[in-house]
Design a protein around this ligand. Structure first.
Ligand SMILES: C[S@@+](CC[C@H](N)C(=O)[O-])C[C@H]1O[C@@H](n2cnc3c(N)ncnc32)[C@H](O)[C@@H]1O
Length: 448
């Protein structure tokens, strides 16, 4: 590893941007991480930032209690550095001397030599006394926590607790490169501990859950596309389409309406390489990542894959264009844009950035996508609606409303392996079977 200064500075910069300037963690990582040559430094920055975002309420309370004069706005970068220091000492359990020395040095490098003594004193206190406990529920904005409590009165505490811990690493084995047992054997050979999902009370035929997180480059044949990282709940989307009577059939015409960055599209093509798949996404940059995802797993070689950067709800923009003949689809997947409240453990900055008005806009977009895409589905075909949300207005409420205005849509109940029944679909709550929070509803179009 480097001298340890660069990752501390990078973590403080990322955290300052996310905590104090409304920036997204993903975007900040995307610009900060490539500047670090050593993969261990990149992993350290990620671990520090995740830990701080999960514990920020506790760290803020400790800092407020421990400084005689509250830190002002100008000290935001220093506050971020101090939180990073706390995280190294306790969440990451790094050797105290390394965490302390590097953080104090980072304060100097940030042009704050006059505050280096204070940084040192505060970190020593954290090391000595530990950072006092705080209620993890307080990391949620009041309005969002209240919606979770309203929707899940008996599960809300468990949801908040599960959202505050790091997620396990789930792998999806690429069937085209060998089966899960063969990959599990590879893991055994290189000494990576795992829990094949067959050991769980769920049916995820391609999934392996690792006991401890690791860098993807350490996974055997990752670059060769043998395996991808994808939560079990997200893998279940392909399973929901493959339920009997399966839609994942040779040469079936499938629309993945919100496809980027391509995780579920790749999974579908790994399952059935001859699909005729149309993948849309409104975000052209994210759609480029879909191309990379499909190339890595070598999907789309036999399939006919069409990628379009378009608003899926704007049919004239893509359906009936040269490559799309206006021919209806056998299956439509709407992996809808949503509040992402089911994946707070993976994207803890959601809790900093979500506003009630975002939610209203997302609910409206989901309804627009459902209404606009239903006519693209062939009679007898299946529409699968999925979100990584745990809010009823995006899930059961959204689909109930759609059913009320769509007489030829018929619910096909999903089995209990998809979580608890919620109205017309199934809901998995964060942490259920070690998975993300996810909602699924499978709708068939009646044949007139
Ligand atoms: C949950 S993500 C999709 C994840 C993807 N299915 C996967 O498995 O990798 C939702 C996606 O919907 C896209 N999106 C949002 N509004 C859209 C619209 N009106 N039309 C098409 N895509 C849209 C977003 O850009 C985002 O990439």
């Amino acid at each position: 590893m480097s001298d340890g200064l660069a990752p501390r500075l990078a973590a403080a910069r990322v955290l300052d941007a996310v905590l104090h300037r409304g920036r997204s963690l993903k975007a900040e990582f995307a610009s900060a991480l490539p500047a670090l040559d050593d993969p261990r430094d990149r992993a350290l920055v990620e671990a520090i930032c995740f830990a701080v975002l999960r514990e920020r309420v506790r760290y803020a309370a400790a800092l407020e209690a421990w400084v005689s004069k509250p830190l002002g706005k100008r000290d935001d970068p220093l506050r971020a550095l101090l939180y990073a220091g706390f995280a190294q000492l306790e969440a990451l359990r790094l050797p105290a001397h390394a965490a302390l020395d590097a953080t104090v040095e980072a304060a100097r490098a940030m042009g704050r030599p006059h505050q280096a003594g204070m940084v040192n004193a505060l970190l020593r206190r954290a090391q000595r006394e530990g950072v006092p406990a705080a209620d993890p529920a307080l990391t949620w904005p009041d309005w969002l926590r209240e919606r979770v409590r309203r929707d899940w009165p008996n599960d809300a505490d468990a949801i908040l607790a599960a959202s505050a811990v790091a997620a396990p690493l789930w792998l999806r084995v690429n069937r085209r490169r060998g089966d899960r047992d063969a990959y599990a054997q590879r893991l055994r050979e290189v000494g990576i501990a795992f829990d094949a999902a067959t050991a769980l009370p769920i049916a995820l035929p391609d999934a392996i859950r690792l006991d401890a997180s690791l860098a993807v480059r350490d996974l055997p044949d990752f670059d060769a596309g043998a395996v991808s990282v994808q939560d079990g709940a997200a893998q279940a989307v392909a399973d929901a389409l493959a339920l009997a009577p399966s839609i994942i059939l040779p040469h079936a015409r499938v629309l993945d309406a919100c496809a980027a960055p391509g995780g579920k599209a790749a999974h579908l093509l790994e399952r059935e390489p001859t699909l005729r798949l149309t993948a849309l996404d409104i975000d052209a940059r994210r759609l480029r990542r879909t191309r990379e995802t499909l190339a890595r797993v070598d999907a789309g070689v036999e399939a006919v894959v069409a990628l379009h950067a378009a608003d899926a709800a704007d049919l004239p923009a893509w359906w009936g264009t040269e490559s799309q003949t206006g021919e209806p689809f056998d299956a439509v997947l709407i992996d809808a844009p949503c509040s992402a409240t089911g994946i707070v453990r993976r994207q803890p900055d959601i809790l900093l950035h979500r506003r009630p008005s975002d939610l209203d806009a997302l609910v409206a977009t989901q309804a627009r996508l459902l209404d606009a895409l239903w006519p693209t589905l062939a009679p007898g075909g299946v529409l699968l609606y999925a979100t990584c949300s745990i809010l009823r207005e995006e899930n059961a409420g959204q689909i109930d409303a759609f059913l009320a205005r769509t007489p030829d849509a018929v619910v096909e109940p999903l089995p209990e392996t998809f979580g608890r029944v919620d109205g017309p679909g199934r809901q998995r709550l964060p942490g259920d079977d070690g998975m993300d929070g996810f909602f699924y509803a499978r709708l068939r179009k009646a044949i007139a």
